[in-house]
Design a protein around this ligand. Structure first.
Ligand code: ATP
Ligand code: MG
Length: 394
């Protein structure tokens, strides 16, 4: 019988073997169990580059939540669509699960009212948030209305869950796409449920820029969240990610083959899956993969990344943005400084600052902690170099 390819390159595709995340998963389980025992927990923010495995990590933690009968839901924030609409649906789902239990029924109507008010704060047609009217006719700013209403939803859900003996966990993927106002409101709501010792927490994942954005949203955010980095796999973990899926089908890799794959992929999970899938398809049912098969597939591996993973992101950029990113590569070393980019582009920093901001908003680049800039897609600089070379030839 033909062997089935066990590798899973793809956004959020759970790998046959999830390597190197034991410590993060152990921590997550500990936080969930402590919350279930009614000890308030900090929420967790996983941050890392594209394709390192943030989404699959969240999905695996959802399985843990499921195992302990914790009520949970998963929201993937979209670049351009309304988070509040998604959160309203999720809150209704939470409420349905809580209010099945008789004892929490009285709390249900309060939650319902809070959800209704929240849904009225946002007008999806206009894409805007509405202001409110306070006592004596004073105007309340939209950001305060949103923060108050979101906090009411979390608090009322929290009280209902406390009454029914439930625990609630919200999973938010691509959190970097939240608008500043939404992020601030979310942080505010989480802060209040922590203060009230209510059984709600959040696991979120996003690009590295979220670190800075949460800090800017609320100065106390570093005490409210655990920030845990999801990075490339260590050599040992990468070796397991390569070998384990194949082992189940009686296929082994030589030491040199594994070393070569780790060298080329630098331990990035998406690259490992992509490379191993190609090697598997090219190696015609062999039971032993050695470095020759790995080398023979290298060209196909780069072609596949260039036509897929890198290309789709490249195509989303304007000519100006591409010129900016090419100048970043030509700075020589990454992360780089915007003033060096400006020098290479022979213009003033002020002229290219809007392009930088736009690329950050799109999630193509991010500002490091020291204010320099780097790509969010691993090895994107090498891809741009390959493009430059091709353009020079043609
Ligand atoms: N720990 C791991 N071990 C082996 N493979 C993994 C691991 N984590 C992720 N992968 C694989 O890497 C790929 C990318 O995973 P995932 O989509 O979760 O990344 P991501 O960080 O969410 O990326 P993005 O920022 O683009 O959303 C998938 O093909 C997945 O199967
Ligand atoms: Mg993801």
């Amino acid at each position: 019988m033909r062997k089935t390819n066990p590798y899973t390159p793809g956004a959020g595709f759970m790998p046959a073997y999830l390597a190197g995340r034991e410590k993060l998963l152990e921590n997550a389980e500990k936080y969930l169990l402590s919350l279930q025992q009614r000890y308030p927990q900090r929420s967790v923010v996983y941050y890392g580059l594209r394709g390192v495995g943030k989404t699959v990590l969240l999905n695996r933690i959802e399985e843990i939540a499921e195992k302990y009968d914790i009520i949970y839901d998963h929201i993937e924030v979209k670049e351009k669509s309304g988070f509040i609409g998604q959160l309203t649906k999720t809150s209704l789902k939470f409420l349905r699960q809580i209010s099945i239990k008789e004892k929490a029924k009285d709390f249900g109507s309060k939650v319902m009212m809070a959800i209704k008010s929240l849904s009225l704060t946002y007008d999806p047609q206009e894409g805007s948030f509405s202001a409110g009217m306070g006592e004596f006719g004073t105007l309340i700013k939209p950001e305060d209305v949103l923060a108050d209403n979101l906090t009411d939803v979390f608090l009322s859900l929290g009280y209902a869950a406390e009454k029914s003996g439930d625990t609630i966990c919200l999973f938010v993927d691509e959190i970097q796409y939240l608008k500043r106002m939404e992020l601030e409101a979310l942080v505010n709501a989480i802060h209040r449920v922590n203060q009230k010792r209510l059984p709600i927490m959040m696991f979120a994942a996003g690009l590295p820029k979220i670190f800075k954005e949460l800090g800017e949203a609320k100065s106390y955010s570093e005490r409210l969240f655990w920030f845990e980095e999801v990075g490339a796999l260590s050599e040992e973990a990468a070796s397991l990610a390569i070998r384990e899926p194949a082992r189940e089908q009686g296929v082994a890799y030589s030491e040199r083959a594994v070393r070569r794959i780790v060298d080329v992929t630098k331990g990035y999970p998406h690259f490992i899956q992509e490379y191993c899938k190609i090697i598997w398809d090219n190696c015609n049912e062999r039971n032993m993969i050695d470095d020759k098969q790995v080398l023979d597939s290298e060209k196909d591996f780069y072609a596949s990344l260039d036509n897929g993973f890198f290309r789709v992101r490249y195509e989303l950029c304007t000519a100006k943005e591409i010129a900016f990113m090419t100048a970043m590569v030509n700075c020589g070393a990454l992360p780089c400084n915007i003033s060096d980019v400006a020098k290479i582009m022979k213009c003033k920093v002020s002229a290219i600052s809007p392009v930088r901001a736009q690329l950050i908003r799109k999630g193509m680049i991010y500002a490091t902690r020291h204010g320099e800039i780097d790509f969010t897609v691993p090895q994107f600089d090498n891809f741009l170099r390959r493009i430059q070379r091709q353009e020079a030839i043609s």
